[in-house]
Design a protein around this ligand. Structure first.
Ligand SMILES: [Zn+2]
Ligand SMILES: [Zn+2]
Length: 287
């Protein structure tokens, strides 16, 4: 029964994607309008997906905390960010709009060259490589925002405004431009590379989206998390030597001079900006 339902969903999705990809607008102005609308809709869809992830994470972590399975990294810091904000929704929805617009503008290519398969090994490899490269990109952009004081005030100060009072709802807390420069140019480059490669597997993108969002949210959870949470949620990325744990990004929020990477610690170790402990992080047993 389940394979039949799955098969039906796949066929319907394929037909829908095909009809959208092959639809052409006779007037160039209509095509431009369609691209803009697709960008806006795609961005809002990503915003809804991101906020759904945040809500699931928040409820899961609250449940684990209530059962005594996890504890706050800095128990002395009160937690007040227990709800999402609409400003953060706009930050996370607007940043991917150019990506959705580019994909729609090139819809024929992305449809014709999409080869969907449940290739788990390939998807995990793709995710790991994506995170390794994005980590270096993010470290550089993020460090610039901290180094140039004017850029910090304009773009990044808001993200740090609550110091250690963070939860998963702090993941996208920031200026629209902060979120945009941190992700959009990098993923435009990824789209370009997929275009040059000539084929892509949507399943790889689904896995990467899952892991990237989860690692970002775990980094802002404020909790010391056990391996049974962070290993599957990161698709094993956090098992790689020199990978981050939630404590590393939490320390960045307590002391922004340190830990400017996103997924790994090697950039910070090379630059001398790595720190693995903080006096306020008194919760024991860091894995
Ligand atoms: Zn942060
Ligand atoms: Zn920062």
């Amino acid at each position: 029964m389940a394979p039949l339902i799955l098969d039906g969903i796949m066929k319907t999705t394929r037909e829908l994607a095909r009809s959208m990809s092959y639809h052409e607008f006779s007037h160039p102005a209509n095509e431009v309008l369609a691209v803009v609308l697709a960008g806006i809709l795609g961005g809002f869809a990503f915003g809804v997906l991101h906020f759904s992830f945040e809500n699931v994470w928040f409820r899961l972590l609250s449940l684990l905390e209530a059962r005594g399975a996890i504890s706050r990294l800095a128990p002395s810091i009160a937690v007040t960010r227990v709800y999402p904000s609409k400003e953060d929704f706009f930050s996370v929805a607007i940043a991917p709009m150019p990506l959705a617009a580019v994909m729609y503008a090139s819809r024929r290519f992305y449809y014709d060259h999409a080869h969907f398969s449940f290739d788990l090994a390939g998807g995990i490899t793709f995710t790991w490589i994506l995170m390794l490269v994005h980590d270096a990109y993010f470290w550089f952009v993020h460090s610039c925002m901290h180094y140039f004081k004017r850029a910090y005030r304009l773009l990044h100060q808001l993200h740090h405004s609550t110091s250690g009072d963070i939860t998963v709802f702090s993941t996208a807390h920031g200026e629209i431009l902060d979120v945009t420069v941190s992700i959009t140019p990098f993923y435009l480059l990824v789209l370009l590379l997929l275009y040059l490669e000539g084929n892509w597997n949507p399943f790889h993108i689904i896995l990467a989206t899952f892991a990237v969002n989860n690692v970002n949210m775990m980094g802002h959870s404020g909790f010391r998390l056990p391996a049974f949470v962070y290993v599957p949620a990161s698709l094993g990325v956090l098992l790689i030597p020199l990978a981050q744990r939630p404590i590393h990004h939490y320390i960045h929020h307590l002391d922004p001079r340190f830990n400017r990477s996103l997924y790994f610690t090697w950039c910070d170790r090379l630059a001398g900006t790595y720190r693995g402990t903080h006096p306020k992080c008194t919760s024991p047993n860091e894995p």
